[in-house]
Design a binder for this molecule. Structure first.
Ligand code: MN3
Length: 207
């Protein structure tokens, strides 16, 4: 699916701001969506306005991000990453994936627990602000990595290129109100709200 930058839409959430309580609190969700994500979206549109970027496919922009201004890298990444993040969480989340994704996780990590441990380590050890990812590489294998700031594995600047199917925001704005400096507690809580049905859909779209 291709969407020009100017045709991107700021997404609404498919659940209420308090729906992920107690794991992610309502105030964090509301501020994160309506202020942080909205600012990335608006700033991306402002950077693209009246330039050829507005008419360019958003995925093409991300794939060639080194050729674009830093405002497009930060805000384009910010928009993409948050839209994915909202979609892979659910008040009915948690547990473990099934089907083809479960099989691929065992194939590539040995077990679900090994994958979770690698993901948690990537999220905990990302210094400063960034994201942890579960991605599908070009050879269709799964990999875990992290990226700084609003970068992601779609970008040509990434050292772990792939199609992200699960992402965790580890910027302090994602957890500070409830967890303060306890990033590991926030990372643990995240596993209770992962929407595995959506992650599996994302995985199948990569095959
Ligand atoms: Mn964020």
């Amino acid at each position: 699916m291709s969407t020009k930058v100017k045709d991107l839409v700021f997404p609404s959430l498919s659940y209420a701001y308090d729906a992920l309580e107690p794991h992610i609190d309502a105030m964090t969700m509301e501020i994160h969506h309506t202020r942080h994500h909205k600012a990335y979206f608006d700033n991306l549109q402002a950077a693209a306005k009246d330039t050829p970027i507005a008419e360019t496919d958003f995925m093409e922009v991300l794939a060639n991000i080194s050729k674009y201004p830093v405002a497009v890298r930060n805000n384009g990444g910010g928009h993409y990453n948050h839209e994915l993040f909202w979609s892979i969480m659910s008040p009915n989340g948690g547990g473990q994936p099934g089907g083809a994704l479960a099989e691929a996780i065992v194939r590539d990590f040995g077990s679900f627990d090994n994958m979770r441990e690698q993901f948690n380590n990537a999220a905990k050890t990302r210094f400063g602000s960034g994201w942890a990812w579960l991605s599908v590489k070009s050879d269709k294998s799964l990999c875990v990595c992290s990226s700084p700031n609003q970068d992601n594995p779609l970008m040509d600047v990434s050292d772990c290129k792939g199609m992200p199917i699960l992402g965790l925001d580890v910027w302090e704005h994602a957890y500070y109100l409830k967890y303060q400096n306890r990033r590991p507690d926030y990372i643990s809580a995240f596993w209770n709200v992962i929407n595995w049905a959506q992650v599996e859909k994302n995985y199948l779209n990569c095959l």
